[in-house]
Design a protein around this ligand. Structure first.
Ligand code: ADP
Ligand code: MG
Length: 557
């Protein structure tokens, strides 16, 4: 009954059979093209095996590929061919283990730079050895391997790399690597030996790259380090994998096929400008397709429907208008056709039980999240889906429910960061003075020289407020800013927020502290399960039976 189970293996077998008999029919040019497609398929898939789930971008592909090719140049005539391949694989894996052990602690850009440096270092070492010890620039490769044999070996490697990817994807190791890519700290605390997992996959990936280099070596009759360790190869592989998409096993293939043809066309028609055009193609791909072809398709199918103009005259004098605002997370509707408006000078409480969608609303207003529908206007201008920095400069400032100060920067710098980038930027002595004033205002006078991570939790909350105020906002979004304060601090906090209102600021206050809501808010918008269930003065809405039910957890249907 289940067609998926029957069809896929059959289709795979048919494709494989066709690919296997291809050399009997293909002419020299098409065979060469087939070889190029296959070896990039193996390299890009092997690259994605490691870099896809872990998100460690490696530029070491050519280091391993070159080691494989060079091994053939050195021992190709001495050993029988299977042993040559084994030797290459053993050297590649050994180097991957040694290098991996010392570098897989690096992450992000440091890892990228290291792997690039590694490939260059190995090339220089080989060059040094060849010139000073072997007393040659390169070597001739005399092994008796035909083009057809190269093709079939690559086909076997392609099948093996897909099989390895399939098996790893279903193993505990594959799961561990995905966890590492998401959050390495969480991975360790979930019992995952992250070093071992990364090292294992790095070595598996290096194995395929090295053997590919060895298999390809007989195509050149002469090898020197510049040919074997050409750094362009690493970039080609990364760009192919990224273009195709590294999220799935066959993703890289969707990058390999078009790009191999693009390389062919470029090198055939513009042999002298090949590198320039290739560089341009890379930039275009990274810029326009950061998520790969698969990501682009996903975006297209999920594009939001937003309208841009505000015609309702009643809403035009409001500072902020949300009209049928929507946000989904998968199947969950976190904000469900929410409509409300905020007049200038108001403090509006946005309240509701945990998980009712309050933070999501603030994320939509501040641009941290893109709405899936509805409209959003600040001072009559549509801000739905704008980049957060533009919304910040328009005068919408926020704090975060989980405090986010810049920990290793000074308290003063935390504030000048925003002063220097607002609509009317301040810099130098002016900024320093303004920062001091703001810090004084939130109760952090004299603490500007400390590092932000030296502050207590409460003081970090104060610092976040100062950073928000530094934008000279027209609208301030406070997400449970009063949570966790002791009674004295709470009193001070309430007085501070009231003084902000007195100076003309409009505030949306997400809060659970009912005393603060009662004393500060002229109006409350109450949410439950993404919807607005009440809107009015605090005393009225808090007495509303539906609101009471929502807070008691008996959410209505
Ligand atoms: P509140 O701030 O009112 O407690 P949130 O806006 O944080 O509520 O969350 C509303 C709902 O959306 C919750 O069910 C929450 O689990 C879900 N949610 C919030 N952020 C995300 C996210 N980034 N991905 C998936 N679900 C989310
Ligand atoms: Mg919240």
């Amino acid at each position: 009954m289940n067609l998926h189970r029957v069809r896929w293996p059959a289709a795979g077998a048919a494709v494989l059979a066709l690919a296997a008999i291809f050399p009997f029919y293909a002419s020299g040019y098409y065979l060469a093209l087939g070889i190029t497609l296959l070896y990039f398929t193996v390299l890009a898939t092997a690259w994605a095996l490691f870099s896809g789930p872990t998100r460690y971008i490696s530029l070491a592909t050519v280091a391993f590929f070159g080691i494989g090719a060079y091994t053939v140049a050195v021992v190709g005539e001495i050993l029988p061919w299977p042993l040559v391949l084994l030797t290459a694989a053993a050297i590649g894996v050994a180097i991957a283990l040694v290098v991996g052990l010392s570098t897989l602690r690096l992450s992000g850009i440091y890892f990228v730079i290291f792997t690039f440096g590694l490939a260059e270092l190995i090339r220089q070492l080989v060059t040094w050895y060849e010139v000073n010890i072997h007393r040659s620039v390169g070597r001739y490769v005399f092994v008796d391997i035909t083009q057809n044999q190269i093709y079939w070996q690559l086909l076997v490697l392609a099948v093996l790399v897909f099989a390895a990817g399939w098996l790893i994807g279903r193993s505990r190791l594959g799961l561990a690597l995905r966890v590492i890519g998401e959050d390495e700290t969480v991975a360790r605390h979930a019992g995952i030996d992250t070093t071992r997992a990364k090292l294992t996959l790095f070595a598996v990936s290096a194995f395929f790259m090295t053997v590919t280099g060895a298999v390809m070596a007989p195509r050149w009759t002469y090898i020197d380090p510049a040919i074997a360790f050409n750094p362009m190869l690493s970039f080609q592989v990364v760009i192919m994998a990224l273009l195709g998409g590294v999220g799935t096993l066959f993703g890289p293939l969707f990058g390999v096929v078009p790009l191999v043809f693009l390389f062919e066309i470029l090198s055939a028609n513009f042999p002298n400008h090949f590198s320039i055009l290739l560089g341009l193609a890379f930039i275009v791909i990274v810029y326009f397709l950061p998520q790969g072809v698969a990501g682009l398709a996903w975006k297209y199918w999920h594009r939001p429907t937003l309208t841009e103009t505000l015609s309702d005259p009643q809403m035009q004098d409001a500072l902020l208008v949300a009209d049928r605002l929507r946000k989904n997370f998968g199947g969950l509707v976190a904000v469900d056709d929410l409509t409300f408006s905020i007049r200038p000078g108001e403090i509006v409480g946005l309240i509701g039980p945990n998980g009712s969608g309050k933070t999501t609303v603030l994320n939509l207003v501040s641009g941290a999240l893109q709405p899936d529908g509805g409209r959003l206007f600040f001072r009559g201008q549509s801000i739905a889906g704008l980049n957060p920095y533009r919304i910040a400069r328009l005068g919408v400032a926020r704090t975060f429910q989980l405090v986010r100060v810049l920990p290793t920067m000074s308290v003063a710098e935390n504030v000048t960061a925003a002063l220097a980038h607002r609509e009317r930027p301040l810099w130098g002595a002016e900024a320093a003075e303004a920062a001091e004033t703001l810090l004084g205002r939130v109760g952090l006078g004299g603490k500007g020289g400390l590092n932000a991570d030296q502050l207590t939790y409460i003081d970090q909350k104060r610092l976040e407020l100062a950073r928000a105020l530094a934008l000279e906002p027209g609208l301030l979004l406070l997400d449970e800013w009063l949570a966790g304060l002791n009674p004295t601090e709470l009193g001070e906090g309430i007085a501070l927020i009231r003084s902000l209102q007195d100076s003309g600021l409009t505030v949306i206050l997400v809060e659970h502290v009912m005393d603060a809501i009662r004393s500060l808010c002229g109006r409350c918008v109450v949410m439950n399960a993404g919807r607005k269930i009440a809107d009015g003065p605090p005393t009225t809405v808090l007495a509303d039976p539906e609101v009471v039910r929502a807070y008691l957890g008996e959410a209505d249907a």
